[in-house]
Design a protein around this ligand. Structure first.
Ligand SMILES: NC(=O)c1ccc[n+]([C@@H]2O[C@H](COP(=O)([O-])OP(=O)(O)OC[C@H]3O[C@@H](n4cnc5c(N)ncnc54)[C@H](O)[C@@H]3O)[C@@H](O)[C@H]2O)c1
Length: 720
């Protein structure tokens, strides 16, 4: 086996190779890290390795593999990327990477690459530079260019090589959305040449290297058939593709994210002016993007989510109990969503219980719909679908709950009902079985009063729709044991959720910081603002939907209930607008999207427009109202103030969890970093001054909380 002398910072070499019968088998394995990433040190080893292989007369072709069990190359080293001080430095880094991969692409001896596990970003750009790509059909093999999600673009030739390989249409689709695809889709798109079971990856890759050593070269047809030819194969079609992509990017980013339009420019420029010029432009644009505030914020979120993935949620956590069977009580909207997600994501055996068999059947169908959707989108095969569907079962008794390591209740939002089901199920649960409540408003400690064993009772607050919403709040009660916490956190993570552990206080974190919303919307409408004005300001700021639409999505009945709880708990500053407000809409049967009518009208699942009769029901008249900038300021600062207050009370453990909760819980614009990061950017002094001005005009609901005042006095920030 050959190696390169290790760099001073690493003990073992990352790149090693053997030569056998004219074929060099190269293996990348960063021994000190769980996954392979491409850093400067790795690049040096790559360069030295390829130089040696170039000189070695025995070598006629190369087969390249990862030494990691389930990872190919996760991307470029982000730690290195964040240290970049200037656009010029970033551009140089990209140009270096491009040069290395140009060397790979032009390497005189053909290179076949065997891909198993994540092959992302710089890892896929490397694979693109190689001459033949074989991938395993394993679900862990995910291939793509997610760079725009970090506010940058693929800058090691990805914006050039991918569109040339798969056509502009498919290339742009991947790059502009920062998509990753399972290997089967990547194969269909032409991103890889062969799809094989993991057991024969090495054999097939070596065979390809051998064939190429004998002079064979892959002949690739442009994927996409006749339509592909029309759109990608001629300048006119291509112009149409770019025009459509530009329109979509503008719609999706609302001008807030510079990376997708820059990536579009890099692709277009390269196809117009050739590879060399395209690479130059790609590096230049990368340099500009790398130092933007948007990219910094997105990278911070990336790091925060990664930290949370390793965070057991409690200090000195005992190991989590592994859940094999999940019990669900209440197979309604949330219960069925949790059941379907648990089967699809964690492949656990799920047993549902509801009051009667009709509801259980309905719940099973709703849970199954999550699997149907995955099958339709080819995320799972028919075989996997059949296997997963068989994991779902239910009845109107607790039969089968005796083996459930975890049971989640999602029955009506009523303390007595929740305590009742806790008492019932406790009779059959295994000795160390955990009971979790999906309550939105009831204190976990109160529910746990019905338990013999409150150490094993906890809150798991999912968001709707469960299959899509990425956040889970885990709420320990006063007596919940550390192991119960780590079990709930670990299971939440298996469901693919980002998990934050929050205090057992009214509204927990997300509903707490949203608490000022419905009231402020009421105040604004009463002052003559229109529904469209309120929503459009929020969307312009970067929220996926405006505050009024959010109320419709949550359900006005749910919002009224939560608002009541919040007002009771925080009545000193959560102050509803005069009049009957949301309750009047609920009374008139307008529950939001789910009933086809709320503030807006919904037809065939689509939002149609504002229901003008709402103004009459609320007794208000849109007549201009406050200035748009003031609308936004009142909504935002109300939330920032509440977030700071709740953080001060210890509702979340740190600003990181708080910001992640806001971003993943209700779509606070990621490029602004979350409400606390946003407050830091404005500066506490300014936030306090603005709040004081608003308090003077509108009352105590805007009085700045003590935490903000303290930061303003000391000139400190939430993030040091
Ligand atoms: N809807 C949301 O957006 C949302 C979000 C987060 C949390 N939650 C919480 O989730 C819980 C359920 O809400 P939902 O929207 O799914 O309600 P839902 O009305 O759709 O479902 C409740 C289900 O519980 C069943 N049920 C009631 N009593 C029962 C009992 N004794 N035994 C077995 N089943 C029983 C009902 O038959 C019904 O099927 C509530 O606590 C709610 O606050 C809801």
């Amino acid at each position: 086996m050959s190696t390169i002398a290790p760099s001073s910072t690493r003990t073992a070499p990352a790149v090693t190779w053997d030569v056998d019968d004219g074929i060099a088998t190269v293996v990348l394995d960063l021994k000190s890290q769980p996954v392979n990433v491409i850093s400067r040190a790795v690049k040096d080893e790559f360069l030295a390795c390829f130089a040696a292989l170039g000189d070695d007369a025995r070598v006629r072709a190369v087969a390249f593999f990862s030494g990691k069990a389930d990872n190919f190359i996760a991307g470029a080293d982000i730690e290195e990327f964040v240290k970049l001080g200037s656009a010029a430095e970033a551009e140089r880094l990209a140009a270096d990477g491009q040069e290395m991969l140009e060397g790979v692409a032009r390497f005189p001896k053909p290179i076949a690459v065997g891909i198993h596990g994540a092959c992302l970003g710089g890892g896929f750009e490397f694979a693109l530079a190689c001459h033949y790509r074989v991938a395993t059909d394993h679900p862990k093999t995910q291939i793509g260019l997610p760079e725009v999600q970090l506010g940058i673009l693929p800058a090691a030739g990805g914006c050039q090589r991918l569109p040339r390989l798969v056509g502009a249409r498919a290339g742009l689709d991947m790059i502009l959305a920062g998509k990753t695809e399972r290997a089967a889709k990547a194969f269909r798109l032409g991103m890889v040449d062969e799809l094989v079971p993991p057991a024969i990856l090495a054999e097939i890759t070596l065979a390809a290297a051998r064939r190429m050593a004998g002079g064979w070269r892959p002949r690739r047809k442009r994927p996409g058939g006749f339509v592909g030819f029309l759109l990608d194969g001629n300048p006119l079609g291509r112009r149409l593709v770019f025009r459509m992509a530009r329109k979509q990017v503008l719609e999706r980013t609302a001008g807030n994210y510079p990376a997708p339009p820059a990536a579009l420019e890099a692709v277009a420029y390269g196809l117009r002016h050739g590879m060399a010029e395209g690479l130059r432009r790609e590096a230049q644009l990368f340099g500009q993007l790398a130092v933007t505030d948007v990219s910094r914020k997105l990278v911070q979120i990336f790091f925060a989510t990664n930290q949370l993935k390793k965070d057991p949620g409690v200090a000195n956590a005992p190991p989590a109990v592994r859940v094999h069977r999940l019990g669900i009580i209440g197979s309604g909207f949330m219960g069925s969503g949790i059941a379907g997600t648990a089967v699809a994501q964690a492949e656990v055996d799920v047993r549902m219980k509801d009051a009667d068999l009709g509801r259980v059947a309905q719940g099973t169908l709703a849970a199954r719909a999550i699997l149907d959707d995955r099958l339709k989108r080819r995320r799972i095969t028919k075989y996997e679908y059949a296997r997963l569907v068989a994991l779902l079962s239910g009845s109107d008794t607790y039969a089968g709950f005796g083996r459930a390591e975890l049971t989640i209740e999602a029955v009506f939002e009523d303390l007595a009902v929740k305590q009742e089901v806790l008492r019932e199920v406790a009779q059959v649960l295994p000795q160390d079985g955990v009971f979790a409540s999906n309550t939105s408003t009831i204190p976990i400690t109160r529910i746990a009063e019905a338990a013999h064993d409150p150490e094993r009772v906890i809150g798991m607050h999912f968001f709707s729709p469960v299959a899509k919403m990425p956040l889970l709040e885990v709420i320990p009660g006063a007596r919940t044991s550390p192991q119960t916490i780590s079990t709930a956190v670990a299971f939440g993570r298996r469901l693919g959720k980002t998990v934050i552990v929050v205090q057992d206080s009214p509204g927990f974190w997300v509903n707490r910081i949203l608490a000022p919303y419905p009231n402020e919307v009421g105040h604004l409408l009463a002052e003559g603002a229109s529904i469209e004005d309120i929503d459009s300001m929020a969307v312009r700021f970067g929220f996926p939907v405006g505050q009024v639409t959010l109320l419709d999505e949550v359900g006005l009945d749910v919002a009224v209930k939560v608002a009541g709880v919040m007002q009771e708990a925080y009545g000193d500053h959560i102050i509803p607008a005069p009049g009957s407000g949301l309750a009047a809409l609920v009374k008139a049967g307008r529950l939001g999207r789910k009933s086809g009518r709320g503030f807006y009208i919904y037809k065939g699942g689509k939002k149609r427009g504002v229901d003008e009769s709402v103004y009459g029901l609320l007794g208000v008249h849109p007549n201009g109202g406050p200035r748009p900038a003031e609308i936004l300021q009142r909504l935002l600062l109300g939330m920032v103030n509440e977030a700071a207050r709740a953080l001060g009370e210890g509702v979340v453990r740190n600003p990181r969890d708080g910001d992640i909760g806001a971003i993943f819980g209700f779509g606070f614009p990621p490029f602004r970093g979350g409400p606390l990061r946003y407050a830091d950017d404005l500066g506490a002094e300014r936030v306090v001054a603005d709040l004081e001005r608003l308090a003077e005009r509108h009352g105590v609901r805007f009085t700045p909380c003590e935490v903000l005042q303290e930061h303003a006095r000391q000139g400190t920030k939430f993030y040091s």
